[in-house]
Design a protein around this ligand. Sequence first.
Ligand SMILES: Cc1cc2nc3c(=O)[nH]c(=O)nc-3n(C[C@H](O)[C@H](O)[C@H](O)COP(=O)(O)O)c2cc1C
Length: 337
Amino acid sequence: MYNKLLKNNEIRFSVAPMMDWTDRHCRAFHRVLTRHAVLYSEMVTSAAIVHGDREHLLSFDGCEQPVALQLGGSDPRELAEAARIGEDFGYGEINLNIGCPSDRVQSGRFGACLMAEPALVADSVAAVQTAVSVPVTVKCRIGIDDQDEDAGLQHFVETVAAAGCSTFIVHARKAWLDGLSPAQNRDVPPLNYDRVYRLKMSRPDLRIEINGGIASLDECQEHLKFVDGVMLGRAAYQMPWTLADVDRRFFGALDGLADRFEAVEQFYPYIRHQLDRGVFLSRMARHMLGLFHSQPGGRVWRRHLSENTHKPGAGLDVLKDALDMVRAAARPAIAAE
Ligand SMILES: Cc1cc2nc3c(=O)[nH]c(=O)nc-3n(C[C@H](O)[C@H](O)[C@H](O)COP(=O)(O)O)c2cc1C
């Protein structure tokens, strides 16, 4: 299914890589909501994969496919080795992080600071491509600091594309590496969607996907007039029900979930399996807190999960009780109609 999604003339919808958020349980939940979105891992450094606990860092459930592994690093040989290990674990795409602005990442010389080193990114792409057979993609910004958003981005993309990368996911704002926190760097530098559209116009042969500040599927639809794909981050995580309409809207699916209650119930088998493996309910439930966002009962749902899923022995009953509470909270609203 994954390669079908990467065919040149087909659009792609993805959920962004987000540290501490898009872990395996989050992805399993998102997969209940959409069969077609590509799901990204959190960023994992190549050094951690090569030298650390691979099973812990990389293992996932087959139900999450198609899943892309995002790597952070700047040593082409180490990246290639990490990518090969990732492919063995079953990831269907290797994505290089050239957009993350955090200090920790800068000191390791990877992430957004590599926008200033296109030749090194090109070498990394070439090395990774030699090591794996799955697609290799790059997630970047439109620039960093005082880089020229036109010439700088064009040079970066041309150089990396010449090394064989044909898919770029572009967060449509600069990263300012001095003085802004990572969170501020996701909001403060202004968005420039037009720059990403122009990148696509200048290189129609490349797949250009857009990311940053996209709040709804209506907005996605608008972007897709100009680019090949959209990537949603915070909106998908904080309002996961947004994902429930992706398959119908963008991939021609005729079926889908009836409502949010069904989404939770369809997640039960996965949760049961994980509880049997000794995973705490809270590890999974934390990704579901926003499911009833701005719905009647949304607050009750969030509170019941926050207060109860971490308790020893917490199981599916906590979720069933929470759903009952949401139904009860929603009843006065329905009765009043
Ligand atoms: C909590 C959090 C963690 C993030 N971690 C990563 C990461 O590991 N790798 C990455 O490329 N981007 C990371 N990002 C950035 C997102 O992938 C995305 O580019 C950014 O949030 C803008 O998209 P949005 O406005 O749709 O959220 C993170 C964002 C958030 C909110």
